[in-house]
Design a protein around this ligand. Structure first.
Ligand SMILES: *Cc1c(COP(=O)(O)O)cnc(C)c1O
Length: 429
């Protein structure tokens, strides 16, 4: 009687695999824990007979990420330009290069001409002011929610903020603007109704205890029909500052998104301060912008809580490069025309047997412009490609629709088209 060799016997020991030169090099580059995890997983597969025991090191190496993070790059073929689950805005090449400068030691708080301490973020503030007509001051914090919270804490702790009932927005993941603002110790004085609020409603509510009137852009829903709202130009006459949370981070008007508020227009219409996100339609890193009247911004900047919301040098660098540099990918994605997208799709489909080109509708996504759809083009593949493409490297996230897997090209950078084609060819549905 013969016995098949026990596969467990042949599986090399962990310390032996870790001592292999290629594996040792990976440990030096990626750290021991990631590499050891991959080795242990490969040993496990070898014991179960899924792979030959002699290939444990190869399998472990193949499973390792290229850099020491388990975050995996994803090509966004969903047609949603700002996909919250994919980290919202991808950074421009200029912003990525700025990150590599900031990643080392840099003059973030040093005046190299004099050798004395410099003002942190001065270049970034200058860039924001140059790009936002009407802004006398700018301050940057960690995200849009922090921007609004800091403004509320600075001016309204123990006082009242007057806000329309139609603008009490839930921003996502269960977080709500009213709860956020009240957590700073400010009291909300709600006026009007869900669909209609008039100037007289605000007039009745504003009094000696009012710190400011707040307007919040309903950036993720739309109210249609019998509606009315009051603009900042009318609210500016009430004798208290008007703060507008525009959400999206557009600094100036975007012609394709006429209903999306921008900072310059809001300031021109009488807002004292505007708050916004950096990683939505502005197309930069996660950040919160506070723009507007120079004295109001200075009070925000000097308020103690500002120190707890301070952004790091990476954010400062990427934001400055986004504002000064060429149009970021988000803006290129918005501006792409349907015929351009269709041409790209046809070129791709010609090299991909089984793929067809279909019309698609893309959206702006979590960052703003609710209800706006942009005509686009997509590659259509069998539905089973959905999971196969998600498993690839880079992963590709498409949209499952009508029994097919659609790869919408709007949010794909044109320079990634060939990479997308390689991912489709490599996918095993
Ligand atoms: C997105 C959004 C926020 C929150 O901004 P974050 O950058 O996600 O913190 C606040 N207000 C409005 C109107 C928004 O659209």
């Amino acid at each position: 009687m013969t016995h098949a060799p026990d596969p467990r016997r042949a599986v090399p020991r962990t310390d032996v695999v870790l001592a292999e030169p290629r594996i040792a090099e990976a440990v030096a580059r990626l750290g021991r824990s990631l590499v050891k995890g991959a080795v242990v997983a490969a040993q496990q597969r070898a014991r179960q007979g899924e792979i030959p025991p002699g290939t444990v090191a190869d399998q472990a190496l193949a499973a390792l990420p290229r850099v020491a993070t388990r975050l995996r790059p994803v090509l966004n073929a969903t047609g949603v330009v700002l996909h919250t689950n994919l980290g919202r805005a991808p950074l421009s090449a200029a912003a990525r290069e700025a990150l590599t400068v900031a990643a080392g030691t840099c003059d973030v708080e040093l005046d190299l001409a004099t050798g004395a301490r410099g003002r942190r973020g001065a270049e970034m503030v200058e860039a924001l002011l140059a790009a936002t007509p009407g802004a006398g001051g700018a301050h940057v914090v960690n995200n849009g929610a922090a921007a609004l919270a800091l403004v509320a804490a600075t001016f309204a702790a123990g006082r009242e903020i007057v806000v329309s009932r139609g603008e009490l927005v839930e921003i996502g993941d269960g977080f709500r603007i009213p709860d956020l603002v009240e957590s700073t110790g400010a009291r909300l004085r709600e006026v009007g109704t869900t669909n209609r609020t008039h100037l007289a409603d605000y007039e009745r509510a504003v009094g000696p205890d009012t710190a400011f009137v707040l307007k919040v852009h309903p950036s993720n829903f739309r109210v249609e029909g019998f509606t009315s709202a009051v603009g900042p130009e009318e609210l500016a006459g009430l004798g208290v500052p008007v703060v507008v949370d525009i959400g999206s981070g557009l600094l100036t008007r975007h012609p394709l998104l006429p209903d999306e508020p921008d900072a310059a227009s809001m300031l021109a219409r009488g807002a004292g301060l505007v708050t916004a996100s950096g990683d939505k339609l502005l197309g930069g890193p996660q950040a919160g912008l506070i723009l507007g009247d120079g004295e109001l911004v200075e009070r925000v900047r000097r308020f103690p809580l500002a120190r707890a919301m301070r952004v790091d040098k990476l954010t400062l660098a990427a934001l400055e490069a986004t504002v000064r540099g060429p149009l970021p990918p988000v803006r290129a994605a918005l501006d792409a025309t349907a015929p351009d997208l269709r041409r790209r799709a046809e070129t791709l489909a010609a090299g991909l047997p089984g793929a067809t080109v279909v019309d698609s509708l893309s959206t702006v996504g979590g960052g703003g412009a609710p209800g706006v759809t942009l005509p686009s083009a997509a590659l259509a593949l069998p539905e089973s490609y959905g999971a196969a493409l998600r498993a690839g490297d880079p992963a590709v996230l498409g949209r499952l629709e009508g029994g097919r897997c659609l790869l919408d090209l709007r949010a794909i950078d044109p320079s990634d088209d060939e990479l997308l084609a390689r991912c489709v060819r490599a996918a095993v549905p």
